[in-house]
Design a protein around this ligand. Sequence first.
Ligand code: IVH
Length: 669
Amino acid sequence: MNKLDAKEEILKLSEEINHHNHLYYVESNPEISDYDFDQLLNRLQDLEKQFPEFAFDYSPTKRVGGDITKKFETVVHRFPMLSLSNTYSEEEIEEWETRLKKLAEGELEYVCELKYDGVAIGIRYENGVLTRAVTRGDGTQGEDVTANVKTIRTIPLKLKGNFPNDFEIRGEIFMPLKSFQKLNEEREENGEALFANPRNTASGTLKMQDSKVVAERGLDSYLYGVYGNELNLLGHYEAVETASSWGFKVPQTEHRFIQKTNSIDGIMQFIHYWDKERHNLPFEIDGVVIKVNDYEQQRKLGFTAKSPRWAIAYKFKAERVETKLIEVTYQVGRTGSITPVANLTPIQLGGTTVKRASLHNSDQIEKLDLHDGDFVYVEKGGEIIPKIVGVNLDKRDASATKIHYIENCPECQTALVRKEGEANHYCPNEDGCPTQMKGKLEHFISRKALNVDGLGAETIDVLYDKGLVRNQADLYDLTFDQVVNLERMADKSANNLLLGLKASTNVPFERVLFAIGIRFVGETVAKKLAKHFKNIDALKAASFDDLVNVEEIGEKIAISVQHYFLNEEHLALIERLRAAGLQFEIVEKEGASNKLEGKAFVVSGVFTSFSRDEIKEVIESNGGKNVSSISSKTDFVVAGENMGPAKLKKASDLGITILSEDEFIQLLG
Ligand code: IVH
């Protein structure tokens, strides 16, 4: 292909992909299947590799991230980013409206909007191309987070329609509740501390150095303001509508996310509607914003020192109840992280009975200045369990003693440590603390790790408490007599347990690596490390630079891996596990390839030549991914006999390619 043709095709593909991206993410109305979309993207990626001179900044391939920002540059805002004056009182909204009527000339029209609970962003477009995205910062200057913002699918990289040559658009970046829950589920699985709420997570995510990680976190945005010198727009509502025609995701009238009104009644109706309905939104809002529509009137009303007179935010009071604190207890995770939990007198909140609330960390306890027997205010937000937001000091007993965060592990009494820059305390006795060791052993035998049949959490507890098993390697020294003498063990179950352990010696290296429980090495990271280093000795010998050079391995993981191998006990453990026959190197499977890279499969039904698990293994060893349920993100369904008709229908309705066993074999050649 010559350069001219390549450039032409790259431009055409970019446009086509941007179009489909917009349909999918902004309009939620896709026209092509995910598979066809990926084909277009792959083709574009290939061409950009061959002709890097045409890999433009606004290429949709930038969405997947990859650019690393070592230090976020400070940028002075061209138009200061002000905040809104806000109130929790309807009365004050009425007063504001009355005041405006006196100050403004002519009739007033208002635009009511949601107050998204996220992070403010200002994005500049020059000649229709996104050139810079800056956080609010102190309002005068913020940080350049362009590479990260480019990964957010609802923010166009290149505009369509009749846009101004140079302008800035402002809005809110937030983390939808679904993304937040998914992220915390993954963190829980990896033994990492959970994020407290979607807002802070969105803010932290936006400041991450690796834009690839940002791309995976599922941030979203709504845009609510256009700024520029020659915009030719008469008012705010028109600006939002017009921005939509340039390709932005803006609040929609049909969802009542934005509404025009010319009366205080209209404003109040909007407030009351959202005070109830906000609980059904897929993202969090903390109030509504009311703005004067007409730009000319806005200009005349002007600003106070910090905020415009023409806008005000009404903030919702979170649903809050008061209850008595019984005691603070401390949980120890398998990685040693300590979580303080408030145990409360049970109380109804938002339809459920609340008995416990998270206190997150010692700073939180300190900030609340908690005392024994305090009456505390509890609220429910995007958090998994409710949180304590304050103390009713009027009800505090004069003799109540202050609650101090524990200094020693509640399980093994080892002095706790708190690393610099981290909010959580840890019990450093990683190999001796019973709770941590039991947690590690349970993790070791769990389904995604060594998947030891015939052994469960209860037996682990008994084995540990009896002193028969103190670490993972001890499991392989268990004898039949030792096991059969345990309570509720019969010959058969004892045999099963030993057979299960024996079978676990065939589990591939990447799962063994996941199983040994290095902090921050979850399932995916273990796969990446195993694939790259091939065996445990190479991983052990890897320098910090070797580690961070592996795709998706950041500094935190690199430090944790190195730290793990510095411990003599860990080295001894690995040697014992190796002697017991566990896999510490990758076995290159026959027929392995990258043919199915990036493709998601659902395998269902019964097969003739292979078992379902074998098919799944083949998919993975050829770079594909197995997912459990059919969705628009699925690329292929491998259908065996007896696959349910409902599933088949769903797959064909979604336009997913359905493969028979033979067709699957053919696909792999
Ligand atoms: S307008 C000059 N509209 O609230 C006013 N702000 O304190 C510019 N926010 O930092 C802001 N939703 O991050 C506006 N629909 C909305 C908003 C909104 C959320 C945030 C924004 C800003 C803060 C104002």
